[in-house]
Design a protein around this ligand. Structure first.
Ligand SMILES: [Zn+2]
Length: 291
């Protein structure tokens, strides 16, 4: 899409259907658009409970670009669990960074909309700068692709938001506090629910890499609660954390390698091929210990 197309779309975006940007985000959006040559479109997606369907207000700019995703079963399943997501839409002659806010969860993020948008802009910003992301494939691996990309990109997004002086921690720590309470009040997810475990790895890795020691008073309570609910994610979290600590995510080659590594670790967890699931091995080593 040429510059002209972008200008037209940006002008239309001054009146986003219910989504307004402050001056900081408006400026960042323009930088992303000129760097990537791709417009950034923001929309709030609402959920019609009666029809069990996601929908967009009729006057949403770029509406036709968004709607295709709202019908993909795997995407919808993942989207229900998120506050927002960024999709790099690629069709012949029509590219866009689509930022979708989940209206069904608005009560959770209404007070923190700029933090939420800034986070998704961070994903678009990395895309515009040519950082690799896993292709979103609408199949059973969808959740692994989403979370592998999140894990490696979040390292850079946190740094950039800090650099820009955009507060994301207030909202993040509030969400983690809510997650802790939820873990403490529920039993472990069903064995076959692989995606919840993959998602948990992403959240735990963020906590381990994104917080300085002592920064969040709730961290040990959070980690205890996760350990009780899903102890089987621990090994995967540890291996990803120690791998990423040794690498520079700002280096595109290292980033690409990391993405592969993280994807494979998450896939192993989802396929129950990690140590935690090797019951046979565990039994053998116990026997060896007895002898
Ligand atoms: Zn993210």
């Amino acid at each position: 899409m040429g510059d002209n197309g972008i200008d037209v779309i940006s002008a239309t975006l001054l009146l986003l259907a219910g989504v307004t940007l402050g001056p900081e985000l408006e400026a960042w959006k323009k930088q992303i658009e000129s760097q990537g040559g791709v417009p950034v479109l923001v929309a709030k997606v609402d959920f019609d409970r009666a029809k069990n369907e996601l929908y967009l207000a009729p006057d949403t700019p770029g509406r036709e670009l968004f709607t295709g995703y709202l019908k993909q079963e795997e995407f919808v399943k993942q989207f229900h669990l998120m506050n927002a997501v960024m999709i790099h839409h690629r069709a012949p002659g029509a590219q866009a960074y689509l930022v979708l806010l989940n209206g069904a969860r608005e009560s959770d993020w209404a007070d923190h909309q700029p933090s939420l948008l800034a986070h998704e802009f961070g994903h678009a910003w990395l895309k515009a700068r040519g950082f690799p992301t896993p292709l979103f494939v609408n199949d059973r691996w969808a959740c692994i692709s989403i979370h592998a990309g999140d894990i490696t990109q979040h390292v850079l997004i946190r740094q950039e938001l800090d650099r820009r002086g955009i507060d994301f921690r207030t909202f993040w720590l509030k969400s983690l506090g809510q997650a802790t309470t939820q873990f403490e009040g529920t039993s472990p997810p069903p064995e076959e629910d692989r995606c919840t475990r993959v998602r948990q790895v992403a959240q735990s890795v963020d906590v381990r890499l994104g917080l300085k020691p002592g920064e969040w008073a709730g961290q040990s309570r959070y980690e205890t609660a996760v350990g009780k609910t899903m102890p089987e994610v621990n090994g995967t979290v540890e291996s990803i954390v120690s791998y990423l600590k040794e690498r520079d995510m700002a280096d595109k080659d290292q980033h690409r390698e990391a993405l592969k590594f993280v994807f494979e670790r998450l896939r192993d967890l989802a396929a129950q091929r990690t140590d935690e699931y090797r019951v046979e091995n565990r039994a053998v080593s116990t026997l060896a210990g007895v002898n």
